[in-house]
Design a protein around this ligand. Structure first.
Ligand SMILES: [Zn+2]
Ligand SMILES: [Zn+2]
Length: 182
C-alpha cells in the first residue's frame, strides 16, 4: 500500500477503535476508563493526561462516526461522513519529534482532548486514503457472524476477512470441511 508508517499506524488505530464496538459483533471493548487507558497504551497515543468520563463519551461517539465512514455504501457517502467528522474537529498541523520517532506531523490542536486528537489524526489519515482513490480498501469482514472492519492492504484489494488468523482461517477450515463432505 502506498502509505507511510504514520498513515498505516493511524489507519490501524482507527480500525481497532471501530472494532471495540459491539456493532462489529463482539463485546463492547471500550465501555470504561480502564479500557480507554488500555487503548491509549496499545496505540502509544502521545500527550494524553487525566482521562475522564467526558473523554470516554467523546471517543465512543467518535468510534461510531468512524464506523459510519467504513460502512458507507459508496465513496460519495464516505466523503460526506468524513467531512462531517472533520468539520467538528479542530485541526492544527504541527511537525514534531517525540519518543524516538522520526519527524512527523501531528494534526491535533495544542491542548486537544483525546477525542479531538483521534478525530484529527485518524480523520486526516482516512482523508488521504479517500484522496488516493482507495476508498474500496475500507472493508467489513465477509465472515457471516463478523462485522469487524479492516483496511485491505493487499496489492490487488482481494482481502475479504478481518484477520487471516481468525476469520480467514475459520472460513478456510469451513470451506475445507464442506469440500470433504461433498
Ligand atoms: Zn507522534
Ligand atoms: Zn471477521
Amino acid at each position: 500500500m502506498p502509505f507511510g508508517h504514520d498513515m498505516v499506524h493511524s489507519l490501524a488505530t482507527a480500525v481497532d477503535l471501530v472494532n471495540t464496538s459491539p456493532a462489529t459483533g463482539g463485546e463492547d471493548r471500550l465501555d470504561d476508563l480502564e479500557k480507554l487507558a488500555e487503548f491509549v497504551d496499545r496505540w502509544q497515543i502521545s500527550g494524553v493526561r487525566g482521562l475522564g468520563a467526558a473523554d470516554l463519551a467523546q471517543v465512543r461517539a467518535l468510534r461510531d462516526a468512524f464506523h459510519k465512514v467504513f460502512t458507507a455504501p459508496d465513496q460519495a457517502t464516505a466523503v460526506i461522513r468524513l467531512n462531517t467528522l472533520l468539520s467538528e474537529t479542530r485541526i492544527t498541523p504541527r511537525l514534531t519529534e517525540h519518543d524516538g520517532h522520526a519527524l512527523h506531523v501531528h494534526y491535533f490542536a495544542p491542548g486537544a482532548s483525546l477525542g479531538e486528537h483521534l478525530a484529527a489524526d485518524l480523520g486526516v489519515a482516512l482523508a488521504h486514503l479517500l484522496v488516493e482513490g482507495e476508498w474500496e480498501r475500507l472493508r467489513t469482514c465477509s465472515a457471516p457472524d463478523c462485522e469487524r472492519v479492516f483496511v485491505d492492504e493487499s496489492r490487488n484489494r482481494s482481502r475479504v476477512y478481518c484477520d487471516s488468523r481468525t476469520c480467514g482461517n475459520r472460513m478456510h477450515v469451513a470451506a475445507y470441511r464442506a469440500r470433504r463432505r461433498a
